[in-house]
Design a protein around this ligand. Structure first.
Ligand SMILES: Nc1ncnc2c1ncn2[C@@H]1O[C@H](COP(=O)(O)OP(=O)(O)OP(=O)(O)O)[C@@H](O)[C@H]1O
Ligand SMILES: [Mg+2]
Length: 357
């Protein structure tokens, strides 16, 4: 299994894939087919994750993947997975100019040198971040080993990758890519909003269950990523605590009638908003340019109120986005009716599918 980032450097191999985002709280899956130049979404599924801790065995995961697919229309052989930030490493690094194969080998034995941390028994993949200067001259970097190049590195424990592959096979599929979930929204955004991707400074925020991520893209180049420990779980837990009600009740109110608890939510979203603002400030000071667009994905982005409250904290317009906007939609009628509402939660699954196709 590979861990590619944006568009794969190898020739595209698949024209049909099921991509599954193994979120901490919710599993999201999309079934996507390439037809000529078009991409067709044939169905999607959103269901509860199998267990809340991350120790699900290959057998449990295989059963879960089977039930995910029972919720998807259309058969397909290949399956790709997105794994959460706690299960993967995503880092920018500088490596000597060499082939991706060589970089993968070098990182396996020298992770401390290039990633400032030992990652024993990990598998790595690398994406060379194009150098604007070289591109302007129409040059390709020489594999001389003398120059350095900026590289986005992803890694995961070899044992985890083995277990994931076993689970995919156990569910009756051929394992394809494994993608760190951090990379999903970036891949999908490139297809869904190509103009903004290519021309603007964009912050992509994904508010997940256990945590959130922010990635800053400057004219298509990933310049910064941060992983934050605050997500939707904490919002619900703190809402329950502040109101003296159960977690389930608080979750119901947050999702079903958030206007009733606007005051409380405004206070609770503050710390997350300030952490995200600090990441944007860091970029803005370093690069002396403003972040011009903020796009939010993840389950919480389905809430207009949460987006409004976040916008006040960030002092920047926060928009949800539809990662399926570039696709032909050929899903069952019931799913079509709900797609617009669900779509911000599908960003990682769509980005994982696009890494494969
Ligand atoms: N309409 C809504 N309003 C507010 N929150 C919502 C809404 N719909 C879903 N959520 C929240 O979204 C969360 C799940 O989001 P998501 O599916 O992005 O997380 P995940 O991918 O499972 O987690 P992680 O990315 O941390 O692994 C739930 O905790 C839920 O409270
Ligand atoms: Mg997620």
């Amino acid at each position: 299994m590979e861990m590619p980032f944006s568009k794969p450097q190898a020739p595209k191999r698949r024209d049909h894939v099921i991509a599954v985002d193994l979120g901490g709280r919710t599993t999201k899956a999309v079934n996507v087919q390439r037809r000529g130049d078009a991409f067709v979404l044939t169905s999607y599924a959103v269901l509860d994750a199998p267990v809340s801790d991350r120790t699900a065995s290959a057998d449990v995961l295989a059963e879960h993947l089977k039930s995910v697919c029972a919720n998807l229309e259309g058969r397909c052989k290949a399956m790709s997975l997105a794994v959460c930030v706690n299960d993967s490493v995503v880092r920018q690094a500088e490596l000597p100019t060499m082939s991706v194969e060589d970089m993968r080998m070098v990182l396996k034995t020298n992770s401390r040198i290039y990633l400032q941390q030992e990652y024993p028994n990990h598998v790595f993949d690398c994406h060379v971040i194009p150098s604007p200067a070289l591109e302007a001259e129409g040059q390709k970097p020489k594999h001389s080993g003398l120059q350095k190049q900026k590289v986005l590195v992803a890694g995961a424990r070899a044992q985890l990758l083995d277990e994931l592959q076993e689970a995919v096979r156990g569910a009756g599929f051929v394992p394809d890519h494994v993608v760190p979930n951090l990379v999903g929204p970036i891949n999908a955004f490139e297809y869904a909003q190509p103009q903004e991707f290519a021309n603007e400074v964009v912050a992509l925020i994904d508010i997940g269950f256990n945590g959130s991520t922010i990635s800053l893209l400057q004219q298509g180049e990933l310049v910064m990523t941060r992983v934050l420990a605050t997500g939707s779980d904490q919002l619900t837990s703190e809402l329950a605590e502040s109101m003296g009600i159960s977690y389930a009740e608080a979750e119901g109110i947050k999702v079903g009638m958030p206007a009733e608890v606007e005051g409380q939510l405004a206070g609770l979203i503050g710390p997350l908003g300030r952490e995200l603002r600090a990441s944007m400030d860091f970029y803005e000071h370093q690069h002396d340019r403003p972040v011009t667009r903020v796009y939010v994905s993840g389950g919480a982005a389905r809430s207009e109120l949460i987006l409004q409250l976040l916008q006040q904290e960030l002092m920047a317009e926060c928009k949800p986005w539809n990662p399926t906007s570039f696709m032909e939609i050929s899903v069952p009628a019931q799913q079509a009716a709900e797609l617009e509402q669900v779509s911000p939660q599908l960003a990682v699954a769509v980005g994982t599918a696009m890494a494969t196709l």
